[in-house]
Design a protein around this ligand. Sequence first.
Ligand code: GAF
Length: 388
Amino acid sequence: MLYLDRRAYTSGGIPRSAGGTRPAAAVASGLVAPLLTAWAPGRVNLIGEHTDYSGGLVLPAAIQLGVTVTVDALSDAVALTSTKLGPGEPFAPDGGGAPVGGWARYGQAVAAELAGLGRPPLGLTARIDSTVPAGAGLSSSAALEVGIALALCAAAAFELEPLQLALACQRAELRAVGVPCGILDQAACVLGRPDTAILLDCATLEHRQVPVPGEAALLVIDSGVERSLESSGYAQRRQELEHALRLAGTTRSTEVSLPQLEGLDPLSARRLRHVVSENRRVLDFAAAFEERDLAEAGRLLLASHTSLRDDYEVSIPELDLLVELACAAGAHGAQLLGGGFGGSVLALVDTARADEIASGVASRYRERSGRDGRSLTAHASAGASVQR
Ligand code: GAF
């Protein structure tokens, strides 16, 4: 049975000095300790791609890479500086005013969503450091949103339940860059637990933990083809699926069965067939992991990739090649990771063989595509948190 975890982020009171600010230079130089630090991880999704925005099932895990937001001082505005991208344009604590450009628009959108939930309009200055590669399908933008949201909430002693915060960040993604994403990435970020994947029903947000077997390594292999959901066919796929669901008479993909696809136009039938069969594979994969049956889990990953390639049409030749090479090198199975159209594949491999398989795939991929197939082993890790 799935259940809803009702942990709340407690923010406690952060004393605000009489002047309302502390000199950021003094904090950055180490003379004054930061007020607080928020951590928000990226994620892998083991299986269940393009199911979240139709109330389907997903099985993600938070990973060891993420975004750290270090709040140095309270202020009248929100001023964020990225160690990689430099200072972002400051914006009002309630996210109002003229839209800012560049990466800071994620922060402004998060602030606006939190203001709508009643966060007091306190500003801050903060440094942002990310170890999540952008465009690799590891949810760098969700980690950024959740990290900023946690920092803004904690700095204003404003409490939200983790999934409420995740939903605010999902809306912020749409507000900031117009991507109508589902809840997968932000939920994984707040719900992560060490050595654990999260089986999540995206319609009810009920979830339960699924242990990742110690002998299973989650190898993420980057195609080197950078993906941006803004410029991909992501929004179009969502529209196509919603059209197909309307024809089937529902908004929830878990309420559709395969025989109902008969009689739909071919495109609608293909899109819906992927999602309906993927929901089933998520449950079967969770059962296979619980039985430590990596061969079966790998078979499901391959079936998932085939469905994403042929029925949902979100793969590209480089991702198909990586899946083929990973399996030839000894992976139990592999599938594209996240939205597709670029980014990475996730290969399920024996822990003892992870390095050997990664280097074998990288050299064959270079020969066949002329690109580097950089890889990392993702470890299922703790979700977002705040430290003072
Ligand atoms: C991206 C989106 F942001 C998610 O909501 C999800 O739809 C995923 O693609 C595909 O499963 O990561």
